[in-house]
Ligand binder design. Structure first.
Ligand code: ADP
Ligand code: MG
Length: 320
């Protein structure tokens, strides 16, 4: 496929583009930063941008005036298929995954079930409830990480080893909806960005914290990001293929990012897929893109070009 030039993009979108940002999720602040960075990158290249906060009541009226939009929303109510569904109804072409894959990608538990059924590796897990036998769970899984199924940014997550800790961790996570415990994987942490159905170079994340928590993600200057990631060529290829299979299995399209742990024995384990990963200039996808020779402006253009090439649902179904 010949790459779309920026002039082609400008023509396709009629010179102006809506950028959806903000929203009401716990990741609102990150989304405002992603949306501002994306808007700036398109403006630099000569597109007229209207930034629309989906927390505003009139966001749908505003976005309806556009043929295309870039989704820079993270978390429930933006990354989870709801906004995508509204855009499908309005006939507005949007970046990234469709309704079903966005909804699935938001739900770590259902992704894990899907991956397991497809023979893809993910840490062992169990769902937690008020009536869970905490000790039996500890006996079965050993050290664990407790997570809300449908949150991001490490919100509500904690590590637990003993029964009392596990119950406390469940209580912390429970205010965000369904909760599960996953076997703790000791080893390296990697993330693989996907662009146009191809994996970009993997990034290794190193933190001195117990895990890559909210602080390590957005506040600490001590978190280290290695790209090249230090794996052998063969191992990186295996990791990239696993990430791409995970992405495809969920039905994702356009772009995204898959988080993976590598156990001490060298096996890779899928954690989650992000259908709208962070897009500030410090974020991971821009870092991987840079390693592949794409600067931030080129990256946002490629994401938008993929959406233009894919069209909206009506166009995909061949409707007039
Ligand atoms: N099974 C696990 N073993 C060890 N650490 C984990 C495990 N699952 C998650 N983590 C840590 O928690 C972080 C957040 O988990 P993740 O599933 O990627 O959720 P999110 O990024 O949506 O908050 C990971 O980046 C990793 O540092
Ligand atoms: Mg993650």
């Amino acid at each position: 496929m010949t790459p779309m030039s920026f002039a082609d993009i400008q023509r396709a979108v009629g010179g102006k583009l809506a950028v959806l940002l903000g929203g009401n999720s716990a990741e609102r602040e990150i989304s405002l930063k992603s949306g501002a960075a994306v808007s700036e990158a398109f403006r630099r290249q000569g597109l007229e941008i209207e930034a629309i906060d989906v927390a505003d009541r009139d966001w749908m009226q505003r976005v309806q005036k556009f043929s295309h939009c870039f989704i820079a929303l993270h978390g429930p109510g933006g990354e989870d298929g709801t906004v995508q569904g509204a855009l499908e109804c309005m006939g507005v072409t949007y970046t990234g995954s469709g309704v079903m894959a966005s909804a699935l990608g938001m739900d770590k538990l259902r992704c894990k079930q899907l991956w397991l059924s497809a023979g893809l590796n993910t840490p062992r897990f169990t769902t937690l409830h008020a009536h869970t036998d905490w000790q039996a769970t500890v006996d079965e899984l050993g050290p664990m990480i407790v997570k809300p199924a449908c949150e991001g940014s490490s919100i509500g997550m904690s590590r637990a080893e003993a029964a009392a800790e596990l119950e406390a961790a469940w209580q912390t996570a429970n205010r965000y909806g369904q909760v599960f415990a996953e076997q703790w994987i000791s080893g390296g942490e990697y993330t693989v960005a996907i662009l146009d159905d191809a994996a970009l170079p993997a990034i290794k994340l190193e933190t001195d914290a117990a895990f890559y928590d909210f602080e390590a993600k957005y506040v600490s200057n001590e978190t280290r990001y290695l790209c090249p990631c230090g794996l052998s060529e063969e191992d990186e290829l295996e990791l990239q293929q696993l990430a791409l299979s995970a992405f495809r299995e969920v039905g994702c399209r356009g772009w995204g990012r898959v988080d993976v742990m590598r156990a001490a024995d060298g096996d890779f384990y899928l954690l989650e897929v992000n259908t709208v990963p962070g897009m500030t200039d410090h974020s991971l996808v821009p870092m991987a893109a840079k390693a592949a020779g794409l600067d931030f402006d080129q990256l946002v253009s490629r994401i938008l070009a993929a959406a233009i090439a894919g069209g909206n649902a009506a166009e995909r179904q061949g409707a007039p």
